[in-house]
Design a protein around this ligand. Structure first.
Ligand SMILES: O=C1O[C@H](COP(=O)(O)O)[C@@H](O)[C@H](O)[C@H]1O
Length: 261
């Protein structure tokens, strides 16, 4: 079941990052209180890393039991381990290296010099298998029912590494695919597919900055998911667009209440 997007528009990207960090801490703490653990899918990109940096500097971060948190990535640039362009490397620098996570619960996507070498198809299949192994019977899917799956929105409406009109966004069966020829460098990437994204309880799309305004307008005005992948990114219980005023500037004001001054 897909959910209608709800919009939350903050004054600027700094406030958006702080407010989203607070929102995420609350979700994790609530999930840990009710189930014992929480499961989150991280995104790369400027907005995703801004959120992680805000989380790192939030005093409330100590409310999270970091050892009982499963972390996954929705996409990765297929580069050597430790490369500064890898989403996992950037997430480690922004937050992960400064909190006491259980390394066995940090599920980075394979690197191009990892166990599958340059075989990106094998690397994508291995990540799909890791997700399937973590899914419980009650999840009724080949991936766990993530508490929150976050996605940056690219200026071209891409989410994860699903770019408009490329094969990845058409995938209906597999949960993870290898991406060849991505229009944004690097060309080789690994990505969740829309079915994997839509298995999450909550999907949060992060869009801050003027360069996201057109993408938000297109994705939220009834575009199809093949042309605008962000339009197809919905959660089972909730789909939340977390934005700043610049990214929301092309949307009709009737869609969202005014941001606080
Ligand atoms: O390359 C990527 O880009 C998107 C969006 O990034 P942004 O810097 O324009 O916010 C990101 O969500 C994705 O994870 C990443 O691999």
């Amino acid at each position: 079941m897909s959910t209608t997007p709800q919009l939350v528009v903050h004054r600027d990207k700094e406030l958006m990052a702080c407010a989203t960090a607070a929102r995420l801490i609350t979700k994790i703490v609530d999930a840990q209180a009710s189930r014992g653990s929480a499961s989150i899918v991280l995104t790369g990109g400027r907005n995703g890393n801004g959120l992680l940096a805000a989380l790192a500097s939030s005093p409330a971060r100590d409310a999270v039991d970091w050892a009982r948190l499963d972390l996954w990535w929705g996409d990765e640039r297929f580069l050597p381990e430790g490369d500064g362009e890898r989403n996992a490397t950037q997430a480690r620098a922004a937050l992960l290296d400064s909190v006491p996570l259980d390394p066995k619960r940090v599920h980075a996507m394979p690197a191009s010099d990892g166990p599958y070498g340059s075989d990106i198809e094998a690397a994508a299949a291995a990540y799909a298998a890791e997700l399937a192994a973590a899914a419980r019977p009650e999840d009724h899917a080949k991936v766990p029912s993530f508490d929150v799956l976050m996605l940056g929105v690219g200026p071209d409406t891409h989410v994860a590494s699903l770019f408009p009109e490329l094969p990845g966004v058409r995938e209906k069966e597999r949960t993870v695919v290898a991406v060849h020829g991505a229009p944004k460098p690097p060309p080789l990437r690994i990505s969740f597919t829309l079915p994997a994204i839509r298995a999450a309880h909550e999907v949060w799309l992060l869009a801050a900055g003027e360069d996201k305004a057109e993408a938000a307008e297109i994705a939220l005005s009834g575009a199809g998911e093949l042309q605008a992948p962000a339009a197809g990114a919905t959660g089972r219980s909730r789909t939340l667009w977390l934005m700043d005023e610049a990214a929301a500037s092309k949307l009709p004001r009737a869609l969202y209440p005014p941001a606080s001054p």
